[in-house]
Design a protein around this ligand. Sequence first.
Ligand SMILES: Cc1ncc(COP(=O)(O)O)c(C=O)c1O
Length: 460
Amino acid sequence: MRGPPIDEIHFDEAPAVDEFPGPKARELLDRQKEIDSNAVAYPDHIPLVPDEAKGATIRDVDGNVFLDFFAGIGVLNVGHANPYVMDAVHEQADKLVHTVDFPSEPRLDLIEKLEAIAPGGLAGNSKVVFGGPTGSDAIEAAIKLAKYNTGGSGLVAFRGSYHGATSGAMSITGKKDFKEPYAPLLPNVQFAPYPHPFEQGKTPERAVADSLREVRAIIEEPYGGMTNPAGIFVEPIQGEGGVVTPPEGFLSGLREIADDNDLPLVVDEIQAGLGRTGEWWASDHYDVTPDIVTTAKALGGVGFPLSATIYHEDLDTWGPGDHAGTYRGHVVAMRAGLRALEYVEEHDLLAHARRLGDDMRSRLRDVDAPAVGDVRGKGLFVGVEFVDGDGDPAPDAVKRVQEHCYENGVLVWKAGQHGNVLRLLPPLVLTDAQAEAGLDVLCDAIERVDVEHAASSASR
Ligand SMILES: Cc1ncc(COP(=O)(O)O)c(C=O)c1O
């Protein structure tokens, strides 16, 4: 077997927290506050100072050991410092690191692998472009490619979306306060509602029908508002938006609208792809073939920055240098990415993610807590939406659950446009025993928050 089994690649003792943050962590956090930029964000929420990490576990500078249900925001699908990946990383780093886009075996092997696992009908019929290291770079490439091939300019996107922090990616991102200071961004962008049955208080069928009607109206109706559309941009599961998992019929309906209007369907798999949901791509769950797929995050294997845009070969119309970037050839990242995909296959981690994710969701659904409005997701992409006694978003509940989890050694993150969704993105190498230990802490946190929630509702 290539690489050690998943139960051999973690620190044994997680979770084990003494004082959090401990003295060394506090010192480094203070130092960071003094010299780092104001834009630093995560330590404001989690006072974590990692020192070493293995698999689904992180040890901080004071020796506290955490279970990582966060995975560097969905990056570390095969775990921190996966030994099968790291062997190749060390070897490659000593040999060759950067090549722009000159050929190298790791580059060509990774392209072949991505083409082989590409979703639906893209498998065997696709091309891959590397344009820059981040997910946002892959999105910029997708926007350019859609415009270049259609000659159009209009971009259809969705409310609740997040596609990145560069200008083009922000243009198709729903989050208003994030992009407001930089307006105007790209012109001719329109947002349709993403089907979110829980939030919208609709049946899944209704939510899908309403969303598709809006998309069609934007593109097809004489007074729909959009001229010269260039493509439809969608997350197959909205990550930042709250692990919003669309009902059946949504992606296939978008496929139909794209076909009817000769437009590319661009599926952003940056957070949901590469095994996170228990399939290589979240769109595989819905049996839909995109025209363009963006991928990043887990693509660099163990956290190396690497992104790619995969597209149907019919769209391969760019000439040499038409899409450029210095960092198109990080050989170490490419080698690491290929190794990570091999490890997922070798250890059957797609099936593991599907089964373990279902088990985790069912345990979370069994928690007797009215504050939990909805539990959703696919594979190891898990969302728990919290509401107050009136059914309104309860971001404070998420904050309190998070704090209890950190203090007891489990790293969990949040999402949702109101910040009221707990988002779990553990590495796919999370073992059953680790999942159980993490959920013991998490379920306890939810029950405690629910008691406070009931008490405060009663006193109102
Ligand atoms: C769905 C999706 N698209 C794009 C991005 C942007 O990726 P990056 O932060 O690497 O630029 C993200 C980041 O969270 C994402 O979740």
